[in-house]
Design a protein around this ligand. Sequence first.
Ligand code: DGL
Length: 267
Amino acid sequence: MKGPVLIFDSGVGGLSVAQSLRQHYPDAAMCYACDNAWLPYGLRDDAVLAGRIVAVCRAAVEACQPSVLVVACNTASTLALELLRAQLTVPVVGTVPAIKPAALMSQTRHIGLLATKATVGRPYTQRLIDSFASDCVITPVAADALVIEAETYVAGGAPNSEHMQAALAPLWHAVMPSTSAVPALDTVVLGCTHFPLLKPWLMQLAPAPLQWVDSGDAIARRVAQVTADVGSGQGDGRCFTTAPADRLIAGFAHYGFAAPQLLRVGV
Ligand code: DGL
């Protein structure tokens, strides 16, 4: 099937995935859709959120006619991936925390999972840990405040270091444990697509050098497996939001997307 890659997130986090896709497929046509009217997803009720995700993705698929939908949101994917695949006819690629590659990289066998409150608590996430990192200590850190800092950054502002430090304190504790009974954490899974956008600040604030792992490369590989068209299209760059987003126009342009149009959603 011909058509662009449609990238969906609650907000600007999917731009980190768009960046990874562009590195792998510089000529791929891409569309972007985000549900900024409902941002942040990480603090919403699961049952209501699942229906909303399906409704927004359905509207975005209708608007873009993509060859593949990339759900560039861990919070949405760990909740609604199966539902989306059952309800939509287009192939769906999800984004889930990169626990498996992190477990392959960690020397100390102590991994941090930096994600939204919802993703940290999901059974899907626990299954990933049980399957791929059962011999590791996992320190989960719900860092929803970082979602807002990433939104601020893409809107042209500076992330607030104090807010970031407060959100990251539990992670830094594990990097510098007060007892030798627990190994020092050496690897961090960026389990929210907003967080790779903040990587320069994360690296600067960390009390020691760490390995940072996100899902971008794995998503890019998976996209090529489900569609033959990646790399064959002209740049499309259409962009859809569910609420006005004028302050993001320059940010979207920086990542290769046009000024956003309003997406009409059934619910
Ligand atoms: N970017 C989303 C993720 O990967 C979450 C942001 C939100 O809480 O809305 O989980």
